[in-house]
Design a protein around this ligand. Structure first.
Ligand SMILES: Cc1cc2nc3c(=O)[nH]c(=O)nc-3n(C[C@H](O)[C@H](O)[C@H](O)COP(=O)(O)O)c2cc1C
Length: 367
């Protein structure tokens, strides 16, 4: 049994849900790094994840990794989740993390309309999305046909099957931040009139089919985490749900499709989501869905991540209160863990004075 200081004890309780058991409540947030030449994660990437496992991170969510579609990512060094070489690279990552006693899930990603025409790794592949609209609402390409949407669903399913085959501990589906799945959720980018469009429930249909197809491949016992956000890359004030009632209408089809854990992405975990309650997005999601939830956003730091500038360390007291109250079950940590592989261990050992401020120069390294 590992010792921990009482101030941070809530973070070091074990977590047991129907399908996964974790030694503590810490999760490494998914963070795109761009250190995988030709889409292949190498030894340096495996070492990067292994160091987090060695230093007690409860669950690692990998950086977003591209499903099997020519326009799934923008950039030649974003890791892919298809093709023998990339999957072998991931297999090695899993082996290293497991050897160090950690748990790891891949974040399955398609960027949709955020991709620019001509982006690597497939310069000729056009961006695709529900209505061919950029996040600013400009028409860029034709809407995906139903056949294209159905094929895309199968690309997610194949990735889920591969994740299980490679011995990952589950999957996380990236449905947040204005990427493909979120473009289906968001009214501004989804103007379809077929079964994938319409009201907030209709706009969940693509995600529902993705989740069900993944579940079909991985069976009933393999954890499926689903990440979503209100905010979009180009619009921090955007909202899918203005009220708890709308949030419930959004979540219900996803729960019924087979999500096990929701990862509720916010930029500042302490902010209430709706008026009249202190609950944050994760807190509301837990209450409305009955599922375990991961919260995230500026844990231990005083500046939200989208500024991508530096940020200083802050007290963890507010986080501990919310965790202790059961508002959420797990806590994802992004930049602090990007900066410092030992962050979790230091917190458990009460070495708060040794925690490092976030320096954006860290983005250029794999510490
Ligand atoms: C460099 C960087 C890359 C990121 N890439 C992803 C990503 O691939 N997928 C994702 O869902 N979120 C991504 N995020 C968001 C993080 O997962 C997290 O939600 C955010 O950084 C807030 O947590 P923090 O304040 O602890 O850093 C990224 C963040 C950073 C800093």
């Amino acid at each position: 049994m590992s010792s921990n200081t009482s101030a941070t004890a809530p973070l070091f309780q074990s977590f047991t849900s129907e399908k996964i058991k974790l030694s503590n409540r810490t999760v490494m947030a998914p963070m795109t790094r761009g250190f995988s030449p030709d889409g292949v994660p190498g030894e340096d990437v495996a070492g990067y994840y292994r160091r987090r496992a060695e230093n007690e991170v409860g669950l690692i969510v990998t950086e977003g990794t591209g499903i099997d579609h020519p326009a799934s990512v923008s950039g030649a060094s974003i890791p892919l989740f298809h093709g023998e070489e990339s999957l072998n690279g991931w297999s090695n990552v899993v082996k290293e993390v497991h050897e160090a006693g950690g748990k790891i899930v891949p974040q399955l990603w398609h960027v949709g309309m955020t991709r620019k025409k001509g982006d690597l790794p497939n310069e000729e592949a056009n961006p695709v999305g529900p209505s061919g609209l950029s996040l600013d609402g400009d028409k860029i390409t034709e809407p995906m046909t139903e056949a294209e949407v159905e094929k895309m669903v199968e690309a997610y399913a194949q990735a889920a099957a591969d994740a299980k085959r490679l011995d990952f501990d589950g999957i996380e589906i990236h449905g947040a931040h204005g990427y493909l799945i979120d473009q289906f959720f968001w009214e501004k980018t989804n103007q379809r009139t077929d079964r994938y469009g319409g009201d907030i429930v209709g706009r969940t249909q693509f995600a529902v089919e993705v989740i069900k197809a993944c579940r079909r491949e991985v069976g009933p016992d393999f954890p499926i985490i689903f990440r979503f956000s209100q905010w979009k890359m180009n619009d921090y004030k955007a909202k899918l749900a203005e009220t708890p009632d709308e949030l419930e209408r959004f979540l219900t089809p996803l729960v019924e499709a087979g999500v096990d854990i929701f990862h509720c992405s916010t930029r500042r975990f302490w902010e209430p989501e709706f008026e009249g309650s202190d609950l944050n997005l994760a807190g509301w999601t837990k209450k409305l869905s009955g599922k375990p939830v991961i919260s995230v956003g500026s844990v231990g730091l005083d500046g939200e991540f989208t500024s991508f500038s530096g940020a200083n360390t802050t007290s963890l007291d507010g986080l501990m209160e919310k965790l202790d109250d059961g508002e959420f079950d797990l806590v994802a940590i992004g930049r602090s863990l990007l900066m410092d592989p030992e962050w979790v261990r230091k917190v458990r050992e009460g070495r708060e004075t040794e925690l490092l401020p976030f320096d954006k120069a860290a983005l250029k390294q794999l510490y």
